[in-house]
Design a binder for this molecule. Sequence first.
Ligand code: ADP
Length: 471
Amino acid sequence: MHLYESHYYGGAWQAPLGAGAIDVLSSATEAVVGRVPRGTSADVDRAVAAARDGFERWSRVSVEDRAQWLEKLAAALKPRVPHVAEAITHEVGTALSYATKVQVEFPIMMIGMNARFLRNATFEEELGNSLVVKEPIGVVGCITPWNYPLHQVVCKIAPALAAGCAVVLKPAEIAPLSAAMLADAAHEIGLPSGVLNIVFGEGKVVGEAIVAHAGVDMVSFTGSLAAGRRVAAVAGDGIKKVCLELGGKSAFVVLDDAPFEKAIPAGVNNCMQNSGQTCSAWTRLLVPRSRHDEAVALATGALAKLTMGDPFDAATRLGPLASAAQRDRVLGYIEQGRSEGATLVAGGGRPADRPVGYFVEATIFANVDPAMTIAQEEIFGPVLSVIPYDTETDAVRIANESIYGLAGGVWSASKERSLAVARQLRTGQVDINGGRFNALAPFGGYKKSGVGREIGPLALHEFFQLKAIQQ
Ligand code: ADP
């Protein structure tokens, strides 16, 4: 049981000013595994005051010292890896081995990488008779979702702190424990007070209070399109900079000359990672109409290899979804796919042998029409839509017929062909011919997938202001 009774701001654990707590549930057993306070706007007021105070001092700390603080934070998290991974496996349902690597070790590595990005950054440039200076933007409100809880927090706070900003963070109420453990680590190393401040609670209460607060200069948000729209509106009222990482409906375009036996399983694995609770997941598989049935057979074969079960079991690849609400949402979309006439070829409901926990069978729909709801809306669960196309031009058009533009994939026997298609996709990321994730690459969306970029050295620059001094 992970019990946290306080918020963390001003360098100390602070008693909540309101009453109430939020239970954190295990997604596999539905048992209570943790608790955090249910914050109020009064808690936010105090945390923002602490952050303003922290910013005054932190923004004057030297680049080298800030880099060293980040390295100390990463080092303090390392011994906590099993503890944090266990918490996230309960909260999100991510299989433990994947959670350990992707949900915990990778974000810790990213904290260290940000120290390097900071040391390599340039802060001044002469342009004509101007000296252009980069300065930290101020206090950043960070609001994060539950799917990759520590990763999403680190994507924001590591570059923000590196840039010299102070942060007020509200982690997702469904998965807040890793953020609390991050505060434990920050406290242990004596991170200067007011630099990292955390208020637990609900989006509509604590989240909105952070976004609206006059003491917050910028908001970095990751979550759904609906909440992002609200965050952008409230921040707009205060003329605040926003960085938004929202939804996705990414397409994987398999061209007619691709090695299907390699490409299709890669597409299925991408779609199903973290049980489909991944904003950049390739949830639309676009295949030539003439090879549709072959692709579907390969996809169902690949899916059958992904064992569903207890996320703490070493054999498990697919755990449950994070919450009952998410399970019901995903089941609703599966129902809609059926009623709109898509062909269900795998999965399609709750697994009969798992009445407890938020499990949903990994599901494939074939012969999906691009206009169907399951091909347009973000499902955020283990559901793949196979969409046939006639020509390459058609494939590009279908891939781009989305309000989202986060990620995508292309596979062809020819790198040039893949690259030509990749250039036509209106998305922030495209992997061609199995190109691997790169922690140096900027990550973010076109269209309604968001504004701004995270990850890599470029992310640091989101947290700077530019000042031109004419001389
Ligand atoms: P999901 O829970 O499906 O990831 P949300 O977008 O609802 O998506 O949640 C992402 C984060 O945004 C969570 O921390 C949530 O509490 C927060 N949030 C939700 N609504 C708002 C809002 N109106 N203002 C600020 N934050 C919000």
